[in-house]
Structure formats: structure tokens, C-alpha cells
Design a protein around this ligand. Structure first.
Ligand code: SF4
Ligand code: SF4
Ligand code: FES
Length: 394
């Protein structure tokens, strides 16, 4: 049986229409015959042949003036024309419900496409629909029959006969611990709405680890040497609290909110930007996101595309426009409207989503499913909006 009531982004093959049985999806639209018109049966080619244009009078465009291209009948005789790869499917159970998904689908994609709303609402921190799985946070774990440990659903591919369980005590306990330990060390108060909801639903209580230890001084965490940890005092909980880094006019790095999900480094690297301006430095609790040699952003390789901001789940990376408004108590997400338009700076055709509060653009993003941007932008699309409001630069 195939359930199709799931929500969330559809995985490969969409969320419905999987065959009830068989090894390949065999969707009829993946095969057309003869002249390329879906549904043509034998004989259809003759009807088409009679329509073939032979008129060569001036003003008429003829695709095959020499008349040497194969006609519809010949093309039909050559057999079916495949338009797109045929993908095998695999069968598995999600909390006891049998589903089939295309081979290569991750468990998370299967939950999004074929699961119930509860199954599709699997918490994720380091996953994004427009990025390759990073597999760092373990918020998305599920049980798989026969597996010694819980497995990350965002990265593990479905296999034939797999039995997946999502709502067990073991799964819920593990997800709660992940969220709780992260919240005990990083400031999650500006995390995305989804993250805030998951923390509430899983009963996260970071305060049970005690009061926070004093914050680190400016640059202190950046100077720590790998492997040289000071012993905790046992009375307070260690945190990554430290001063905000403001060293340019476009975006702010507030690493007190960083959970080391690695999304920013992947967006800056091989997932989108290929600039590699930031990477993980340090070890253990001292691990941190850093520019090369901890230089300021203007001194680094950063090109200010803002793609790291676009994927950060906790608000550690935000535009200066957002940061300043929040600091001034002038941030109104409840009044925000989002208008989609096309970037006017060049001819690529990137979709822009203009986030507007109280008549002013406060952020610009792009839809993750847009075929041109895949959710990523350049400096002009992301930050080049001040002229729209005639604001002075700087
Ligand atoms: S703004 Fe772009 S180039 Fe700069 S660190 Fe972020 S992703 Fe890398
Ligand atoms: S700055 Fe944001 S995106 Fe980068 S690792 Fe930290 S939480 Fe993740
Ligand atoms: S969302 Fe799966 S490991 Fe982070």
C-alpha cells in the first residue's frame, strides 16, 4: 500500500504515483512512441505523415528542406523513445506502512513524500532541500530494524525490505537530547520557526544543565589551541557565548548562536559558492567556524554572496539590516510580507523573494526549488536593494 498524505518537499519521483508492485516505476510519461506525441499508438504515424509539409513557397520555414530525415513511420519502426532514465524502486515500511520509493531516495525524502504529517515533520538542523546531506546534527535520527545504532534519516538511503520506525521512545529521547545539548551551549532564541517548534514539542529544557558559564572575551575562542581544554567547573554549563563579529557593512556573525551544523561552510564551498572563505577550526567544544587565519571578513576570500546567511538555521549569520533592526527593537516578523520578483541586475533570471517589513526591504532570499538559483544568490541579488528605497549607501 502506498500512502500519499505526507507533506514537505517531494523527494525524487514526487509524492505519489509510485507503482503498487514491480521493480521499475514504469511511468507512462517516461516512454513516448514514434513522433514523440505521448499516447500515439501504431498507425498514428500515418496520420502525422499526411500532415508533413512539402510546401516550399517563400515565407514558409521548412525544417528538412532536403527531405532526408526519417519520417514518422520510420521513427515508429525504430521502437520506443525513452525520455529520461527509468528508476528502479525499493519497498520499505515506515512505522509498519508499506511504501515504494525510487532507488536512491533517502529515508527523510521518503518520509516527506510518503509519510504521514507527523512522520514528514522530522526535525532537521543541518539538512536543507537545496544542499547535499551534511549528516552532522543527528536531529533527524530514526530506528532501522537490524541497525546497531539510530541512523540519520537525511543521509541514509532507502533499501529494499527496510523497516523504519520514527516515533519510538528511543528516537524521541535521542532527538530531545540533541536539541537540548545544542540549546544548552548555543543561544537558540533566534532559531527558525521550525526549530523553535521542535524544541517546544520535544520538551527541551537547557536550564537543567545549570546556569551558563561566563561568556568568552572577544577573539578568545578563536585563539584556543586544539586539544587544550580547561576543565569545566562542574557548576555551570559551558557555552559558545562571545561578542558578535561586525566587520563589514553587509552581514553579521554572531557565533554565540552557532551549533556547528556546517551548512554555511558547505554553502560557501562545494554546495553553492566554491569560494571556501570559511571552514571549521579547532577541536571538540572549541570547534568553530572561522575564516582562513581568523582574518576579518573584508580581509578574507569572502565575496559577500550571503549564501551562508541563507542556510544558517539559528540566526548566527544575519544581514546587517536584520541585525540593526533587532537590536533597535524594530524587528516585526509578524508583519513581514514576501514578494517574488526577478533580479534586474543581469540577464540570468534569478527569482528573488523580497522580505518587507513596514514598507522597507529587510532581507532578500531565493526559493530553494528555483531552477536557476537553487536558493542561492550573488552579492547583487542578496544585498543590492538599497537603491530601491533610495537609501544612502553605507
Ligand atoms: S558571504 Fe558567500 S563567500 Fe562570504 S563566507 Fe558567506 S558563502 Fe562564503
Ligand atoms: S554559523 Fe550557522 S550555518 Fe554556520 S555552522 Fe553555525 S549554525 Fe550552522
Ligand atoms: S538533519 Fe540529519 S544529521 Fe542533521
Amino acid at each position: 500500500m502506498t500512502t500519499t498524505s505526507g507533506k514537505g518537499p517531494a523527494g525524487p519521483g514526487g509524492g505519489s504515483g509510485a507503482p503498487a508492485a514491480g521493480d521499475v516505476d514504469g511511468t507512462p510519461e517516461s516512454v513516448v512512441t514514434g513522433n514523440g506525441t505521448p499516447g500515439d499508438g501504431p498507425g498514428a504515424g500515418e496520420g502525422v505523415a499526411s500532415l508533413r509539409r512539402t510546401d516550399t513557397s517563400p515565407g514558409v520555414t521548412v525544417a528538412d528542406p532536403a527531405g532526408t530525415a526519417p519520417g514518422p513511420a520510420e521513427r515508429l519502426a525504430a521502437g520506443p523513445v525513452m525520455l529520461g532514465a527509468i528508476r528502479r524502486t525499493v519497498g520499505l515500511t515506515l512505522d509498519g506502512t508499506q511504501v515504494r520509493v525510487p532507488e536512491g531516495t533517502t529515508i527523510l525524502e521518503a518520509l516527506h513524500a510518503e509519510g504521514t504529517p507527523e512522520q514528514a515533520d522530522t526535525p532537521t538542523l543541518c539538512w536543507a532541500p537545496n544542499m547535499d546531506p551534511i549528516n552532522a546534527c543527528r536531529a533527524c535520527v530514526v530506528e532501522v530494524e537490524g541497525s546497531r545504532t539510530l541512523v540519520p534519516s537525511c543521509a541514509r538511503r532507502c533499501e529494499d525490505g527496510m523497516e523504519v520506525r520514527t516515533g519510538t521512545e528511543k528516537v524521541r529521547h535521542s532527538r530531545r537530547m540533541v536539541l537540548e545539548l545544542l540549546a544548552s551551549s548555543a543561544d537558540m532564541s533566534r532559531a527558525s520557526a521550525d526549530v523553535a517548534r521542535w524544541m517546544s514539542e520535544y520538551g527541551v529544557d537547557a536550564d537543567r544543565y545549570g546556569p551558563p558559564a561566563p561568556p568568552a572575551g572577544e577573539g578568545e575562542r578563536d585563539r584556543r589551541h586544539a586539544g587544550h581544554h580547561r576543565a569545566p567547573d562542574g557548576r555551570t554549563r559551558e557555552t559558545v557565548a562571545q561578542p558578535v563579529k561586525i566587520d563589514n557593512e553587509l552581514y553579521v556573525r554572531d557565533y554565540s548562536r552557532c551549533i556547528m551544523c556546517y551548512k554555511c561552510t558547505h554553502a560557501c564551498g562545494t554546495d553553492a559558492q566554491f569560494t571556501f572563505a570559511i571552514a571549521a577550526a579547532g577541536r571538540g567544544f572549541d570547534a568553530r567556524i572561522a575564516t582562513e587565519h581568523d582574518v576579518t571578513l573584508p580581509e578574507s576570500a569572502c565575496v559577500y554572496c550571503g549564501n551562508c546567511i541563507g542556510v544558517c538555521p539559528t540566526g548566527a549569520l544575519v544581514s546587517v539590516a536584520e541585525y540593526d533592526r533587532r537590536e533597535a527593537g524594530d524587528w516585526h516578523p509578524e508583519d513581514e510580507t514576501v514578494t517574488t520578483t526577478i533580479c534586474s541586475f543581469c540577464g540570468v533570471g534569478c527569482n528573488l523573494e523580497l522580505h518587507v517589513q513596514q514598507g522597507e526591504i529587510v532581507n532578500v532570499t531565493s526559493p530553494s526549488d528555483h531552477s536557476v538559483t537553487h536558493g542561492h544568490l550573488c552579492i547583487k541579488g542578496r544585498f543590492g536593494f538599497r537603491h530601491v528605497q533610495n537609501l544612502p549607501e553605507g
